[in-house]
Design a binder for this molecule. Structure first.
Ligand code: SAM
Length: 221
């Protein structure tokens, strides 16, 4: 695996994020179990993506930063050729255990082992939250590289400003991971700059302290 500059090895933030999710994979998986049943808006966005992909002729869809794989599984069960990619080998092992008919692999959105223009879509649900601002343009460029012209990206993230640091995981184990909060306009601008055109921007629970947002965009040319 290469870092965000294409050099061998991992930069500190990638290594810390991976190690933290390796420690906390089981705790995180337990926390989000059944999430699509209790959060129909999340499910609806995945369903819209699945419909658009199927009506656009199908093709592979990568769920990048898939975690325990529930979104990948939902897309797969919706008739989409979905597979999952995650930085954390422990998370990938849980996804494989829980969804044995779906393909999962270890990888990083900073340098995907995916052919250029080969995907119908990329999904990134609450995974760019661990990527620092300075690396975001190259991550968006990577999404643009792997998605075919006319293909889609669906990105979910926490809305806000600044960085939250976590030093304890869901199971109480020590971890070290940063979560970056962003305005929807910031993520939208990164997508436009990378060559995507916005299809929709949805803010979830805007009155919460930390709302969510889901942006759907289409690759131009
Ligand atoms: C908050 S979890 C979200 C998991 C899942 N998508 C969900 O919505 O529940 C963040 C996930 O992103 C993964 N991740 C973080 N940085 C990544 C990177 N550079 N490339 C791929 N996955 C990454 C983590 O290992 C973790 O599984």
């Amino acid at each position: 695996m290469s870092d965000e500059n294409g050099k061998p090895g991992l930069s500190t933030w990638l290594a810390e994020t991976r190690a933290s999710y390796d420690v906390d994979a089981a705790g995180y998986a337990e926390r989000v179990q059944g999430l699509l049943d209790t959060h129909p808006q999340l499910r609806a966005h995945l369903d819209v993506l699945a419909d658009l992909v199927k009506h656009g002729g199908g093709g592979p869809v990568a769920d990048v930063g898939c975690g325990p794989g529930y979104a990948t599984r939902h897309l797969h069960d919706s008739g989409v050729e979905a597979f999952g990619i995650d930085l954390s080998p422990a998370m990938v092992a849980i996804a494989q255990r829980d969804h044995p008919r779906v393909r999962f692999e270890v990888g990083s959105m900073t340098g995907l082992d995916v052919d250029t223009c080969s995907l119908a879509a990329v999904v990134a649900f609450w995974s760019i939250i661990h990527v620092p601002d300075e690396a975001m343009p190259s991550v968006m460029a990577e999404f643009h590289r792997v998605v075919r012209p006319g293909g889609l990206v669906l990105i979910g993230f926490h809305v806000g400003d600044g960085i939250e640091h976590a030093s304890t995981g869901y199971t109480g184990e020590p971890i070290s991971v940063d979560t970056h909060l962003r305005q929807a306009s910031t993520v939208s601008d990164w997508l436009r700059d990378a060559g995507f055109r916005l299809e929709s921007v949805t803010v979830l629970r805007p009155d919460d302290d930390v709302p969510g947002a889901i942006v759907l965009a289409r690759r131009q040319g």
